[in-house]
Design a protein around this ligand. Structure first.
Ligand code: NDP
Length: 326
């Protein structure tokens, strides 16, 4: 079977992604052939493409999609031909019309979750699940700071935090994004294009105390402000680098800022077993089907237009989730 897929042979700008015809064989033992109906765009795709996260070449790209199982290999019992499924993990290669995946990564979709929603939320939504349930268990009435609140992960997080009963402070670039974040669960949103000192605002909002946890995926540009927003013994959850990676950090600063904790988590480590993966996906499906979290698909591109989608994501032109349609 011949399909179109993006492949790239070297790291670089969006033009390194090449739209090629690929031959797919039959799925082997433990594998499934899935025909994609929608593919999720994630910031991590740009790190793989740009070389920030080194990978082996030639490579496919993309980690999140939904579709229909066309065939399964030996030993696969939890999914079968005709099932609607989705995934939010490697191996790289979601930017394709169809592909062969390790079946263990696939989750069957419940009736209440359509394919586009699934493609827009599996990776991002399970990330929110592990961050606020497991990396730091956010409690009712607790104040938290979530950077990049109007993005794909950010809009899901705001609604989930709101459902828990937490007081979420978000940050976003520009008035439109601030408004959007406010409509998605954030009690307060700081426009970090206007406000130089995020931590001062956070302290004012928390009666001088600061927050017990910061979720920061912006990296370099917000790092210091995030640390300055924490209470003594607070937890810095650094889970991305959209503005560039943090470097030159001295561990001693954790002591001088009041015995802080830092973690650099990844979804892969929190969904490493099939049991963890299923539990995380179930929690996400529950939040979405009961209406606590609405997945905002604010951009749709033809799959072939993926390089433009990368430009827009890196240019901070997107909000919420973005999907690519094969
Ligand atoms: P987003 O839709 O949130 O896009 C990134 C956002 O970051 C932009 O929209 C922009 O919002 C903000 N940003 C701030 N500074 C910059 C900059 N210099 N250049 C570009 N963007 C900037 O992406 P995702 O929802 O896909 O992912 C959000 C983050 O979470 C990423 O850093 C990603 O890598 C991380 N992540 C980590 C995971 C993990 O397990 N560790 C899993 C999933 C995602 P604004 O204009 O409002 O500033």
């Amino acid at each position: 079977m011949q399909v179109h897929a993006f492949v790239f042979e070297k790291a670089g700008p969006p033009t390194v992604m090449k739209w090629r015809i690929k031959e797919l064989g039959d799925p082997g033992a433990g594998e499934a052939l899935i025909r994609h109906t929608a593919i999720g765009l994630n910031y991590i795709d740009t790190y793989h493409r740009s070389g920030l996260y080194p990978i082996e070449f030639p490579s496919g790209i993309g980690l999140e999609a939904a579709g229909v199982v066309e065939a399964v290999g030996k030993g696969v019992t939890h999914v079968k031909k005709g099932d609607r499924v989705a995934y939010g993990s490697g191996p790289l290669g979601a930017y394709s019309e169809a592909r062969i995946m390790p079946a263990a990564t696939l989750i069957k979709l419940p009736k209440g979750v359509d394919d586009e929603t699934a493609a827009a939320m599996m990776l991002k939504g399970m990330t929110v699940e592990y961050l606020i349930n497991r990396t730091y268990k956010v409690k009712k009435d607790e104040w938290v700071l979530f950077q990049a609140a109007a993005g794909g992960v950010g809009l899901i997080a705001g609604q989930w935090l709101n459902a828990i009963g937490a007081h979420a402070i978000g940050t976003a670039g520009g008035p439109k994004k601030v408004k959007l974040a406010k409509e998605h669960g954030y009690e307060q949103v700081i426009d970090y294009k206007k406000t130089q000192n995020i931590s001062d605002r956070v302290r004012k909002l928390t009666k001088g105390e600061g927050v017990p946890v910061v979720f920061d995926s912006v990296g370099k540009d917000t790092w210091t402000q995030s640390l300055d927003s924490l209470q003594p013994r607070g937890m810095m959850v650094s889970f991305g680098n959209s503005s560039g990676p943090v470097s030159d950090f001295s561990l001693g600063e954790l002591a001088s800022r009041g015995s802080l904790y830092i973690t650099r988590p990844s979804l892969m480590a929190y969904t490493a077993t099939r049991q963890e993966l299923e539990k995380s996906a179930r929690a996400l499906f529950k939040m979405v089907t009961n209406g606590d979290v609405k997945i905002e698909i604010n951009q749709r591109y033809a799959l072939k237009e993926a390089p433009q989608a990368h430009r827009d994501l890196e240019g901070r032109k997107t909000t919420g989730s973005t999907i690519l349609i094969p």
